[in-house]
Write a protein that binds this ligand. Structure first.
Ligand SMILES: [Mn+2]
Length: 329
């Protein structure tokens, strides 16, 4: 990212579209909204377009209600992308990760700016890609800082950024957490951030049925193989519906499996009507990004990745066990 060139893109007011990945998490939404707020404050017009809905535990973020969800406003979102002067691609590394929105972005004439921390990004016109960064939100802060816009960060903007950093680092405990991550968090506090507020909004907002679903999953569906240190939790469509499942209810469930003493890797499988999606987590040098890419049609980071199998839940669990067994041999 050559900031001397990028700076020129913002010299006159621009129509800007900010996009983020499918099944958006707090980093995707927090990055998008914080960047949108800063760009608006320096005189640009911003729209945030995401492929599908975000979980309701992010509703509190300033600007969340104005986010355009492609699935429910296709025409409007397509027009915004087509007419944009500039398009940001946040928290994803390839346009094929965002389905139909990716096709629209690819065909748009506007220059594309990538800000992301996933491995092996495709080529974009301008790129701030750092796979060692804790989160895209931290990189958005760096971007804003390099363009001398830090003074536009107020308490609301800071809360959006902090939410992305906090969740992508597992509350600042993953190895991706650096001194710089904490310095950015400190700067955000200087700009009015109340960390307790963000923590409460995100973590202390469980529904009764969500806690019951987690209890059920841990009591009845958690398997742990002491030999290879792999834990597996799986939930079918039917099991989720018994607990009034809402998007985001299984967020973080995979981490319980990894918290078992001796666990090296944890897999969570969640059945959808036509396929089964999965989250993988690992400790140390065990690279779940490689495993997800080679066997589960996915990818991500070394210690956190996702995947998808066109199988029902029981076939998907068997496939995972077969693959992990073959890796041990
Ligand atoms: Mn992220």
């Amino acid at each position: 990212m050559d900031y001397n060139i990028v700076r020129k893109l913002f010299e006159s007011p621009k129509k800007i579209v900010i996009t983020a990945h499918r099944s958006p998490d707090a980093d995707a939404i927090g990055s998008s909204l914080s960047l949108s707020h800063v760009l608006t404050k320096v005189g640009h017009h911003c729209d945030v377009v995401i492929p599908d809905a975000f979980p309701s535990f992010l509703d509190w973020m300033s600007g969340a209600s104005q986010i355009m969800v492609f699935d429910s406003s296709e025409q409007e979102a397509a027009a915004k992308i087509k007419e944009a002067d500039l398009i940001f691609c946040l928290d994803y590394n390839r346009l094929d990760r965002i389905a139909a929105v990716g096709d629209l972005v690819r065909n748009a004439t506007a220059p594309k700016i990538l800000i992301d921390h996933h491995i092996d990004p495709a080529t974009f016109d301008y790129m701030l890609s750092d796979t060692n960064a804790s989160s895209t939100a931290e990189l958005v802060f760096d971007f804003v800082s390099n363009l001398d816009w830090v003074d536009r960060i107020d308490a609301d903007v800071a809360a959006c950024m902090y939410a992305g950093m906090m969740t992508d680092t597992g509350s600042f405990k993953y190895p991706s957490t650096t001194a710089h991550t904490h310095r950015v968090a400190a700067e955000l506090m200087d700009r009015g951030l109340k960390p307790t507020h963000v923590h409460q909004e995100i973590f202390d907002n469980n529904s009764f049925s969500r806690l019951q679903l987690i209890g059920y999953a841990l009591t009845n569906k958690l398997e742990f193989n002491e030999t290879n240190g792999v834990s597996i939790i799986s939930l079918s469509v039917d099991e989720k519906s018994r607990f009034n499942f809402k998007k985001g209810d299984t967020e973080g469930l995979v981490n319980y499996g990894l918290s078992i003493g001796g666990a090296r890797m944890a897999v969570f499988l969640s059945e959808e009507p036509a396929y089964t999606k999965m989250s993988l987590r690992s400790k140390g040098d065990l690279d779940v990004n490689v495993i997800a890419r080679e066997h589960f049609n996915g990818g991500g980071h070394k210690n956190a990745a996702g995947g998808k199998l066109d199988l029902d839940i029981s076939a998907a669990v068997n496939k995972v066990k077969d693959v992990l067994e073959s890796l041990d041999n």
